[in-house]
Design a protein around this ligand. Structure first.
Ligand code: F6P
Length: 496
């Protein structure tokens, strides 16, 4: 397929040149969106290039696609359904919003009942799920107060029994609520872990193990058939994708551990980013600006990766959350019409936590041969009561890294020289409130969507994950025969 006419640069300018040429650069490229402060001024976009990329996005149908997204149209064409995560926070088709509210009311009623002691003592919450059914709830609980909650929440995803065993070793089975989270309620890892958790409860003498289970799913019939009482099944809509599902009943452990009010504030923060994405002018539209910067670096500068560093321990799970959101959404090689792309799709998302990452991977960012667009996410208010010197050092380091990447430093010794002109975006959050976290996550969702529109792909399916699962099932069912010699040798060595 012929590549779309990506905007081109008439002349490539360094970041230093861009700042020198436009005294208003920070005012133009750094602004507030839904309570977050985002600074795009250390990217290579200038006003003209940004305007041409924004025109390009419009020409690729961004406006109409966004309207369809919020209207609940079936934009996930390969699966014939809508992508209605924004309806979960009140921004979407009225009937979808009403349905989401109904599901939320059910979730809240169960939380009230648990708090009133209807399920007996609950101090420990063992949340079992994987991918979107684990990464989102884990991020929420971790970021907003795993330590302050009256509930100790463990999110177990890996089928490796060691993960479950670690949770068993610190939880009291008599005070544990097992939460089985699976959109499909068929995912092998989750179902195996859930069965082992039930066995653990039974072995510990818990009288009615199934009575300690809550199911979060878009397939309530399957959860009931598996043995969960209907009153403890919290459904959500099929049109909410797994990696977009933390706003639905999949967010249950967060709503329980952080409190219903915090969960509602999270949804409100996301809704305010929804409104921003829908209504803000293109040149002040944060998800859109971020996406055009992504495409500039991917299409014009050949960047294969992008790195996200959370300069806040509370956001340490953000990079892995974003890996699923961005790579499962946009790691595609054909258009919805099945035509092969002749341009790169999603960059590889990677990252870590500052300042730790500075002492591990920043060498490559400053002096390696590859250009990696970097994103810093920092919070002005500290998440702890220790000496303010800690937080000052954290933020100082964050901003120093962005400045160093851009400025570089000359040296007579090439090994000691920093080329500079390396781009970064900084997202500064005033305080890590539920609203701010909701807005931040929704920002990434809409950026992913805007990228998909420009790339010409469907971000809402994930057929690429199926083949490996099918082969694993075949090995389980038929044994290690009929495979390539390498796979067969591995299977024999491990199992014979
Ligand atoms: O294997 C990928 C995937 O389908 C993800 O998209 C999803 O978040 C995860 O598995 C878990 O699926 P489920 O919620 O149905 O268990």
């Amino acid at each position: 397929m012929q590549a779309p006419a990506w905007p081109t640069e008439t002349k490539r300018h360094t970041l230093a040149e861009l700042f020198a040429a436009d005294p208003e650069r920070v005012g133009h490229f750094a602004f507030e969106a839904a309570g977050l402060y985002l600074d795009f001024s250390k990217t290579h976009l200038d006003r003209d290039l940004a305007a041409r990329f924004l025109d390009f996005a419009a020409g690729r149908g961004l406006g109409a696609a966004r309207d369809q997204l919020f209207a609940g149209a079936a934009i996930n064409s390969s699966e014939g359904r809508a992508a209605e995560h924004s309806a979960e926070r009140g921004e979407g088709a009225p009937e979808s919003v009403a349905r989401a509210r109904g599901f939320h009311a059910r979730m809240r009623a169960l939380i009230d009942a648990i708090e009133a002691g209807a399920l007996g003592p609950v101090r420990h919450v063992l949340h079992i799920g994987i991918g979107g059914s684990a990464l989102g709830p884990d991020l929420l609980v971790d970021a907003l107060g795993r330590h302050d909650s009256q509930y100790d929440v463990a999110v177990v995803s890996n089928v490796d029994g060691a993960a479950l065993e670690a949770a068993f070793s610190r939880f009291d089975p008599g005070a544990t609520l097992v939460v089985v989270a699976s959109k499909t309620f068929t995912t092998t890892e989750t179902m195996l872990n859930a069965a082992s958790a039930l066995a653990w409860l039974a072995e510990a003498g818990v009288e009615d193990p199934y009575g300690r289970v809550v199911a979060l799913t878009a397939a309530p019939d399957k959860a009931v058939a598996w043995g969960v009482d209907e009153t403890r099944v919290l459904p959500f809509s099929e049109s909410v994708g797994g990696r977009y599902s933390l706003w639905s009943s999949i967010g249950f452990p967060a709503a329980l551990a952080l409190g219903w009010e915090a969960f509602e504030r999270l949804l409100e923060g996301a809704a305010s980013m929804d409104r921003h994405f829908r209504l803000a002018p293109p040149e002040r539209n944060a998800p859109l600006l971020a996406a055009i910067a992504d495409q500039y670096y991917a299409q014009l500068r050949g960047c294969e990766t992008r790195a996200v560093f959370a300069y806040d321990e509370r956001l340490r799970l953000l990079p892995s959350y974003l890996q699923q959101l961005e790579m499962e959404s946009n790691g595609k090689r054909v258009t919805p019409q099945g035509v092969e792309l002749s341009w790169p799709s999603a960059a590889i998302t990677w990252g870590g936590v500052g300042t730790d990452a500075q002492h591990a991977v920043f060498q490559l960012l400053h002096q390696g041969t590859r250009l990696v667009p970097v994103e810093f996410v920092a919070v002005a208010e500290p998440g702890h009561a220790l000496d303010p010197a800690h937080h000052r050092a954290l933020l100082t380091n964050c901003f120093a890294q962005g400045a160093a990447l851009m400025a570089g430093q000359a040296s007579d010794d090439p090994q000691r020289a920093y080329p500079g002109d390396r781009p970064s975006v900084t997202i500064l959050i005033d305080d890590l409130t539920p609203e701010a976290l909701g807005a931040l996550i929704a920002f990434y969702e809409h950026r992913t969507f805007a990228n998909a529109v420009m790339l010409g792909i469907n971000p809402f399916d994930q057929f690429g994950v199926e083949l490996g699962k099918a082969i694993a099932r075949r090995i389980e069912a038929d044994g290690p025969t009929g495979f390539d010699p390498s796979t067969q040798a591995l299977l024999s060595r491990a199992f014979d």
